[in-house]
Design a protein around this ligand. Structure first.
Ligand code: 5GP
Ligand code: SF4
Ligand code: MG
Length: 457
């Protein structure tokens, strides 16, 4: 998911709309904006892309100087308007809105406990758990109530909370998800990714720290901590695949990190070939890095059609077998008669790579060597990136040689974990370099609970 907040700016509704649009790649299921004029909220939430959820009519009814927005990609809880964020509640004579990016690992446990104590939930989203904890707190001050709730929840969360006159920002103790702070005139902006700052002309100030707690009120920003027990573990997949190439996370540019991943991959697993190509869009940077290091020309061997929306009618199995493919196409003249290195950023279930290898061969490639710019994904993610369970992860169940055979490649190699850490760059002195590596090496930075998932897989 993606979150975006504005504090103290006259154009808050429009800025959030543009901010969410810049974060669209982080979630396409639903979008929502809640704004406050210091007295009451106005809000709208809708299914689909930001441009589908919001027309000028919905945008124009929003008013206020403060606001938070969300684009959703569901990893827990079903995809429905009820679960669309920000969630809005009545709270002690006022209102409360919450938007999060991430996934709680103990949401199910907390929820069951609260339900036994009489709470009634309106959604299946784990964000509502946070709202209940805040509402039940004995503390008078919202800051204290939120801190108390943060002491109970575990997992990954980049959290934006708004009351009628305050904005509260918190990042989990491991800083699993990215979150950055920017400035725009007299106001502040908060975004899952820095690319959104460039879009609205805001100045990047800094990344939010693990365990940090910001309060924006009365025109000012106050930075505190809700815990000192922190250990940075930023999701490495943000760099590998998820984030925009024009974003910087912890000061590291995503495109350049991907290029270094490709470069390192070429060093670890060289191959003789005629052209290097990458799977658009996320693997282009790594392919450029690989080609540069290997001294093999980078070519545009694959082209993506960007206009496949949520409502696009997918071809039937029969038409697919006849070769109807809308998402990716091969540039035949580039690969015909060539030994091709195909770079992808990851193999999860193995379906994408298999399909592309077949397409490249059908277009006349004489050899197809697959190089993956991340290590094999062997463990489930409980932090809101990938919804695959362990049984579905091909590398959890097959050796590299078996995967090679399954995808039909002439050779297949993955980047090493150490190579990945070095290529992205170290952001802490930890052996992990400050990155979460759990889906590769099963070292989860938090406790993980059985049945951490419910609803959609
Ligand atoms: P597979 O087909 O092996 O299951 O998926 C791998 C491909 O899916 C890669 O090309 C990657 O860019 C893309 N992808 C889409 N969503 C995700 C995700 O949530 N996590 C990862 N690691 N890759 C994803
Ligand atoms: Fe990211 Fe993998 Fe950690 Fe999930 S388990 S947060 S995908 S590095
Ligand atoms: Mg891809």
């Amino acid at each position: 998911c993606g979150v975006f907040g504005v504090y103290n700016h006259a154009d808050a509704p429009q800025l959030i709309y543009y901010g969410l649009h810049a974060l669209q790649h982080r979630g396409q299921e639903s979008a929502g904006i809640v704004t406050s004029n210091n007295e009451f909220f106005t809000y709208h939430r809708g299914m689909g892309l930001v441009t589908e959820a919001f027309g000028s009519k919905q945008l124009n009814k929003l008013q206020g100087f403060n606001g938070i927005g969300h684009v959703r990609y569901s990893t827990s809880g079903e995809s429905s308007l009820q679960n669309a964020q920000p969630l809005v509640f009545k709270y002690r004579g006022g209102e409360l809105a919450i938007a999060t990016n991430g996934n709680l690992v103990n949401a199910v446990q907390i929820r069951h406990q609260l339900e036994r104590q009489g709470s009634i939930f309106q959604t299946t989203s784990d964000t509502e758990v946070i709202a209940h904890l805040i509402a039940r707190s004995m503390y008078e001050e919202i800051e204290e109530a939120v801190k108390e709730a943060l002491g109970v929840i575990k997992g990954a969360y980049a959290l934006l909370i708004m009351t009628n006159d305050k904005l509260i920002v918190a990042l989990d103790p491991n800083g699993l998800r990215p979150l950055a702070l920017g400035k725009l005139e007299e106001g502040y902006v908060i975004s899952s990714e820095t690319a959104a700052f460039d879009v609205i002309g805001a100045t990047y100030l800094r990344d939010i720290e693990p365990g940090e707690f910001l309060v924006l009120e009365k025109g000012d920003l106050r930075a505190e901590r809700f815990t000192v027990r922190t250990r940075r573990a930023t999701c490495s997949f943000e760099y590998i695949y998820f984030a925009r190439p024009d974003s910087d996370i912890n000061g590291i540019n995503v495109h350049l990190a991907r290029k270094r991943l490709g470069k390192r991959l070429a060093e670890e697993h060289p191959v003789e070939a005629d052209v290097v190509t990458g799977v658009p869009d996320s693997s282009i940077s790594a392919a450029i890095g690989f080609a540069e290091r290997a001294g093999i020309p980078y070519e545009l061997g694959l082209v993506k059609n960007r206009y496949i929306g949520r409502t696009f009618i997918q071809p039937s199995q029969e038409l697919r077998e006849k070769g109807v493919r809308m998402k990716l196409s091969v540039v035949r003249k580039v690969v015909e008669g060539k030994r091709v290195v195909m770079i992808d950023d990851s193999i999860v279930r193995g379906t994408t790579s298999g399909r592309i290898v077949r397409m490249l061969r059908e277009a006349g490639a004489v050899e197809v060597h697959v190089r993956i710019s991340s290590p094999p994904v062997k463990n489930a993610c409980y932090y809101g990136i990938d919804t695959s369970s362990r049984e579905e992860l091909i590398a959890a169940n097959k050796s590299i040689e078996e995967i090679r055979e399954y995808i039909g490649a002439d050779s297949l190699e993955f980047l090493s974990i150490e190579g990945m850490i070095e290529a992205i760059g170290r952001i802490s002195k930890d052996t992990t370099g400050g990155h979460c590596l759990a889906c590769f090496n099963s070292e989860y930075p938090t406790e993980v609970f059985q049945k951490a998932f419910f609803g959609k897989k």
